[in-house]
Design a protein around this ligand. Structure first.
Ligand SMILES: C[S@@+](CC[C@H](N)C(=O)[O-])C[C@H]1O[C@@H](n2cnc3c(N)ncnc32)[C@H](O)[C@@H]1O
Length: 280
């Protein structure tokens, strides 16, 4: 094994032990770039091997985790999940007056939980009824959580992401940022949306999660399972399942599978599952 390979194997071992993420074989360029950036960000004066030793001993672990997560997301990604939430799930809560408790398990920079919140407000407007709703959003990466809580996005990027049934001006304040020759339009999430979502750091690879049994009516676990081995994906889904109420809905990403939950759920749409049986 040459030095680079040795270094990359060490990264994979540490990353797996801290997060459960399994890096694919063809990630050498990505690993090299992120390692160099990590050394700059931590102002570490030794070489990369020494930096990894220090991380193994428990220093700079947050920076390490933040460097190696992939945070790609956008507003209303896989928007059929939000139309299902609007048309099938939320009307029941609008009618009963019960609070709908939702969980977004890998929220990245916040576009996903804010899309859930906008869907609640749109449903209220359509039905002309109030909906009591709360969203807990977690991620392992502390940088993205800070970004999410701040709720400021670039309009040029985000404007293409909203489906036609959402008017972004209802949910965001525009702000023009001028620096040198560049003028950029930023949008800031309005307080009523922010009040519905609370962000927390959480590792899906932990043995258990800090929620009550049957706490949630809705769980979003999308585009994060792909970073784990099949066994670990299954273990995560089983842990999440404990916190989902009977009859509650689980949304997973387009290329993800419900694995062994398949016998305990009913499929009601594209990667949309309702809990039908408890796992004992
Ligand atoms: C590609 S993003 C997906 C974001 C969003 N769910 C979506 O579908 O657009 C994956 C997110 O999972 C988070 N993540 C990776 N490993 C995690 C873990 N062990 N626990 C919690 N979050 C994790 C990453 O930090 C990243 O923000």
């Amino acid at each position: 094994m040459d030095d680079t390979q040795h270094l990359h194997e060490k990264v994979k071992t540490i990353l797996y032990s801290l997060t459960g993420i399994t890096l694919a074989e063809n990630k050498d360029i990505m690993i090299a770039n992120r390692l160099h950036k990590l050394r700059r960000d931590t102002s570490f004066s030794g070489d990369l091997d020494q930096l990894l030793d220090v991380i193994s001993e428990g220093k700079h672990t947050t920076e390490f985790i933040n460097s190696f997560t992939t945070n790609k997301t956008h507003f209303f990604r896989e928007d059929f999940h939000f139309t299902d939430l609007r048309d099938r799930v939320l009307p029941e809560f609008a009618n009963s007056g019960q609070e709908v408790k939702m969980y977004c398990s890998a929220s990245s920079t916040g576009e996903e939980p804010y899309s859930m919140a906008m869907t609640v407000f749109e449903t209220e407007a359509i039905l002309n009824k109030k909906i009591r709703a709360s969203i807990i959003a977690t991620d392992i990466d502390t940088n993205v959580l800070q970004y999410a809580a701040n709720g400021v996005y670039r309009f040029s990027k985000s404007s293409k992401e909203f489906p036609e049934w959402i008017s972004p001006q209802k949910y965001f304040k525009r702000r023009v940022k001028k620096s040198l020759a560049i003028e950029e339009v930023l949008i800031k999430v309005k307080p009523e949306l922010q009040r519905m979502v609370s962000f927390q750091v959480m590792n899906l690879n932990d043995n258990s999660y800090p929620f009550a049994q049957d706490q949630f009516d809705v769980v979003f676990c999308r585009n994060v399972l792909i970073y784990f081995s099949v066994e670990d994906q299954d273990a995560i889904l089983r842990k999440l399942f404990k916190h989902l109420k009977m009859g509650g809905t689980l949304y997973i990403g387009h290329s993800e599978s419900p694995h062994s939950l398949i016998d305990y759920v009913k499929r009601v749409g594209q990667n949309i599952f309702i809990k039908t049986k408890e796992i004992h």
